[in-house]
Design a protein around this ligand. Structure first.
Ligand SMILES: C[S@@+](CC[C@H](N)C(=O)[O-])C[C@H]1O[C@@H](n2cnc3c(N)ncnc32)[C@H](O)[C@@H]1O
Ligand code: SF4
Length: 417
């Protein structure tokens, strides 16, 4: 598996140089000249822990959580002060963990951000179904939240049981969504679970759109090596068939494919903390992507607070990109939106896309992975499946390895991928 990602990396970066992450980091980050900068805040607390979940999280305790939020606000100021007279950013996303566990401090966090950044495209928050109550939604709305994403996973008991998730009170959830409105209401589902059929998924998709969602995300189940879930991965052929059927069904319903696994029923609806050219991440495990570097904060809540107490950034590892590495990173995440605009690439790097990757794009056209329409490369169904398939390799070879190490060691000296 690693061989495929290694060979692809060497081919696309035209070099045998690996992605080298070291503990040496910058206290000052160069983001003032970064266009399309997004912000992300990580809240690593959950009421109970799901055995399939790879994200950085720990069981909620009031004392630790309160210490963490104080530290988080200090990290925001530490970096934000480098913005000078304020910096325009696209969006702000809160992820986790379960960010709504700190709903009462959300306003304070948003205000800290607003002292340094001007947000143009709204604020998104990831919610556990238990958080979808009228008081919580109202508190979030008052803090400035405009988009929510709810981790439904499945409306059906059979799959909730497989994932070890408790049944939710669906009617209370739907009623709360009717009472407090948001620009985007997204719902997350997991597909490719054992025995799952297209009919199961179609029922969930219809139920979501009929009850307040205007956006859905359907993620393939990923069996991380360090999680304890007994659920195995579905066979490639079956998975491909499911992904194609879901896609066709959503497109036939009139939905817009906003990325490989997301669909919206309304043009303005969108929820993605991933497809941004540059971003600053705050909190445990949060990542930052800038023109020349990618950095990742420590996964340990204790060590995070300790670093901040010393007035230092909580960076655990930093990768300094070569130009080709940055281009590959840019293309990989832009492709997640199912299209690549050569004008945007040239605007970012100052060189034409076709000059750097003309051969690969022609090959992708020949193989039927992309078509070029109106000057923009768009992924075909086949291309989207292979991207999804490759992303799976990437997740298992790179993310699995890195997160597997970082959840055990707060500050590993070096990781090579
Ligand atoms: C941080 S969680 C969501 C928010 C909230 N904590 C919850 O559980 O409802 C983000 C999303 O990642 C997806 N996810 C988590 N573990 C996954 C896995 N092993 N494979 C695929 N998707 C996964 C789920 O759909 C989940 O809603
Ligand atoms: S899936 Fe959500 S609730 Fe479950 S452990 Fe992960 S972040 Fe927490």
């Amino acid at each position: 598996m690693g061989v495929i990602t290694d060979l692809t990396r060497m081919w696309l970066t035209r070099s045998t140089r690996r992605f080298i992450f070291t503990s040496e980091y910058d206290q000052r980050l160069s983001f003032r000249d970064c266009p399309n900068l997004g912000l992300y805040v990580h809240i690593p607390f959950c009421k109970s822990i799901c055995n399939f979940c790879p994200y950085c999280k720990t069981t909620y305790s009031e004392g630790l959580c309160s210490r963490y939020i104080d530290a988080l606000i200090r990290e925001i100021h530490m970096t934000g002060e480098q913005a000078g007279l304020g910096k325009t950013v696209t969006s702000l996303y809160f992820g986790g963990g379960t960010p709504a566990l700190v709903a009462d401090r959300m306003k304070e966090i948003v205000e800290a951000i607003r002292q340094h950044f001007f947000i143009t495209e709204g604020i998104g928050v990831e919610l556990h179904p238990d958080n979808v109550t009228v008081p919580v939604l109202q508190t979030l709305k008052e803090a400035g939240v405009t988009r929510i994403s709810i981790g439904i996973q499945s409306f059906q008991k059979k799959y909730q049981d497989i994932l070890g998730r408790r049944a939710m009170d669906i009617s209370a959830l739907f009623l709360a969504l009717k009472t407090v409105d948001f620009e985007t209401v997204s719902m997350d589902f997991i597909f490719a679970l054992p025995g799952q059929t297209f009919e199961d998924l179609r029922t969930d998709i219809d139920m979501a759109f009929e009850n307040g969602a205007n956006h859905i995300a359907i993620y393939p189940f990923i069996d991380f090596t360090f999680t304890t879930s007994p659920v195995g991965a579905m066979h490639k052929k079956e998975k491909r068939w499911l992904l194609d059927e879901i896609t066709k069904y959503c497109l036939d319903k009139g939905c817009i494919r906003t990325s490989i696994w997301t669909f919206s029923s309304e043009k303005h609806a969108g929820y993605s903390s991933m497809t941004r050219d540059n971003f600053l991440g705050f909190g445990c495990s949060a990542t930052t992507l800038l023109r020349k570097q990618f950095k990742i904060n420590t996964f340990s809540v204790e060590e995070y607070c300790r670093r901040i107490d010393k007035g230092q950034l909580p960076t655990s590892l930093t990768l300094r990109f070569s130009l080709r590495q940055r281009m590959v990173y840019y293309l990989f995440w832009t492709a997640y939106s199912t299209k690549i605009n050569p004008a945007d690439f040239e605007g970012f790097f100052g060189v034409p896309l076709e000059k750097m990757y003309g051969l690969e794009l022609n090959l992708a056209k020949l193989l039927g992975f992309v078509t070029k329409q109106g000057g923009v490369y768009r992924m075909t169904l086949k291309g989207a499946f292979y991207y999804h398939y490759y992303e799976n390799f990437y997740t298992l070879s790179y993310i699995d390895k890195m997160w597997g190490i970082m959840r055990k060691d707060a500050f590993p000296p070096r990781i090579e991928l």
